[in-house]
Design a protein. Structure first.
Length: 486
């Protein structure tokens, strides 16, 4: 065949210069059937829903992000092409593909523009920064999250949980999401910055709500520049200023005397780079704000979803109460008790499987690459959704069922690494994962030991998928104080 005279044609050259029709014939001759399948797939885009205006899927996504992504994965498979506001997205729903992006080829991906665009709040903090700067900052913060340090935080977590419960009464109706937001905020501020923010907790909660609206899918439909004073932008700016002021006070208090208190804030304030320079005010503010926000809302959501799930699953709730009574016998839980409370841990893991606080993650390709046999162009974005994968029956049997016992010994070992990834993975894995797990277990144990909860009548619990997954209108619960042994 004349085509053999082309010389050492590489696969890359073929893809770059030849039309699909010519190449598919050529490739069969040159490479054989197996290679052909691989190469021909790279010539086509992955399958995906048609979309509305100019093939865009944003409207459907905005209406119901969780349902839309789940349907896409179910109908089109492990790799689905989507178009949002003229940009190309690939929804990846196979653990191996997710591992490829987050771990194996992580250097080819950066955090998404959507996240980085929100510089107003998070600036260049750990969550959003990139490259060498991020690496340095992560190294700097890492010791504060060492296992031994987290063990020391355990005391604060347990004490604050107990203090919170002092205000709760039998028969009272509470919004457990709001309560958990306040508690986790106080805990993170005390542990990492030795600051008491009890008085500011309400303001922070309100500001968080407005700030998170900014990331909601609906807002992505029409993105109005921050400089235009729409009612939302005005509310957002006001919320951001309030958060700025709170964080500023925390930093200023510490700067008044530079003594090393051994916490994360001291580490950040006193850290010097190779040339002896300390962090600028702006860098310090960005890091503190990031940890302040990332370090409480996610854990609060986990706890709130957990109490709601337990109220719907009386058997699991009874089993949890029985374990607590047997191991603690009515005394307040401490860090040392956690290894003897395996069911507490299973409940948290199962809650994060069904209601993962970080429900979707994005990564933008900085260079062209191949994912699952398809070409992923520079500038396109990989979407990986914990909500979708955690409910995939290929990995989690009877996935809609709340079943903490599925996490019995051995279950996790059998799972592909990215069939369950509430804390992400690879180099950008959550720095606060063990902090969060310790906190969630201690708070769950302390609360459940004292109270049973029942959903308030006519209160509808609905997930709101912004950057995190939170209950849209909170979770209103009626408290029933447990009698000893009950
Ligand atoms: C249940 C609770 C939590 C969940 C589900 C969670 C989830 C996550 C996820 C999925 C990421 C990775 C995001 C990505 O790669 O794009 C992340 C990153 C991060 N998380 Fe968490 N998180 C939790 C609690 C915490 C806590 C308690 C802290 C701090 C005290 C924290 C601080 C951070 C920071 C600073 C990052 C950025 C790390 C980096 O890029 O180097 N998180 N978290």
């Amino acid at each position: 065949m004349a085509m053999y005279t082309l010389g050492p044609t590489t696969r890359h050259d073929i893809l770059k210069h030849w039309s699909p029709y010519v190449t598919s014939t050529l490739i069969v001759d040159l490479y054989g059937d197996h290679e052909r399948n691989q190469i021909v797939r790279t010539l086509h885009a992955p399958p995906g829903p048609k979309g509305h205006l100019l093939g865009d899927n944003l409207r459907e996504y905005a209406k119901d992000p969780l349902g839309f992504l789940s349907r896409c994965a179910r109908e089109y498979g492990d790799i689905v092409q989507l178009r949002f506001a003229g940009q190309t997205f690939y929804l990846l729903s196979h653990p191996d593909l997710i591992e490829y992006v987050l771990v194996e080829n992580n250097r080819n991906f950066t955090k998404t523009r959507i996240l980085r665009r929100n510089g107003r709040l998070l600036g260049e903090g750990l969550l959003t920064s990139q490259g060498e700067f991020w690496r340095r900052q992560r190294r700097l913060a890492q010791p504060a999250f060492h296992r031994k340090r987290v063990a020391a935080y355990g005391e604060v977590m347990a004490a604050f949980a107990e203090r919170s419960l002092e205000g709760w009464q039998d028969g009272q109706t509470i919004d457990v999401h709001e309560e958990m937001m306040r508690l986790t905020l106080e805990i993170v501020a005390k542990c990492l910055f030795d600051a008491d923010v009890g008085a500011e907790a309400k303001d922070v909660g309100r500001a968080m709500k407005v700030a998170l609206e900014d990331f909601s899918s609906q807002r992505r439909l029409i993105r109005i520049p921050k400089s235009i004073p729409t009612p939302h932008n005005v509310r957002f700016e006001r919320a951001a200023r309030r958060l700025d002021a709170i964080v500023h006070t925390i930093i200023e208090e510490r700067r008044k005397n530079d003594e090393d208190r051994g916490d994360l804030l001291s580490m950040l304030v006193l850290a010097e780079d190779e040339s002896g320079e300390r962090m600028t005010d702006k860098q310090l503010k960005d890091e503190v704000m990031t940890l302040f926000l990332a370090g409480h809302e996610t854990t609060a959501n986990t706890l709130a979803w957990t109490f709601w799930l337990l109220s719907l699953n009386v058997e699991a709730e009874a089993k949890l109460a029985e374990e607590l009574e047997r191991v603690l016998g009515g005394r307040a839980p401490t860090l040392a008790d956690l290894p003897r409370l395996p069911y507490v841990e299973r409940v948290i893991k199962e809650s994060m499987r069904l209601y993962p606080p970080a429900w979707v993650m994005g990564r933008e390709a900085v260079g062209e690459c191949e994912v699952g046999g398809y070409r992923m162009p520079t500038g396109s974005t990989a979407l990986m959704s914990q909500w979708v994968v955690h409910r995939d029956p290929r990995y989690h049997h009877d996935p809609q069922r709340f079943d903490p016992d599925r996490w019995a010994a051995g279950y996790e070992k059998e799972l592909p690494r990215f069939a369950y990834f509430p804390f992400g993975g690879g180099p950008r894995q959550c720095i606060g994962a063990s902090f969060a797990m310790t906190e969630a277990r201690l708070v769950l144990a302390a609360v459940t030991q004292r109270f049973r909860m029942e959903l308030a009548p006519r209160h509808r619990v609905e997930p709101y998928a912004s950057i995190t997954l939170r209950p849209k209108e909170g979770i209103r619960m009626i408290l029933a104080e447990r009698s000893r042994g009950g």
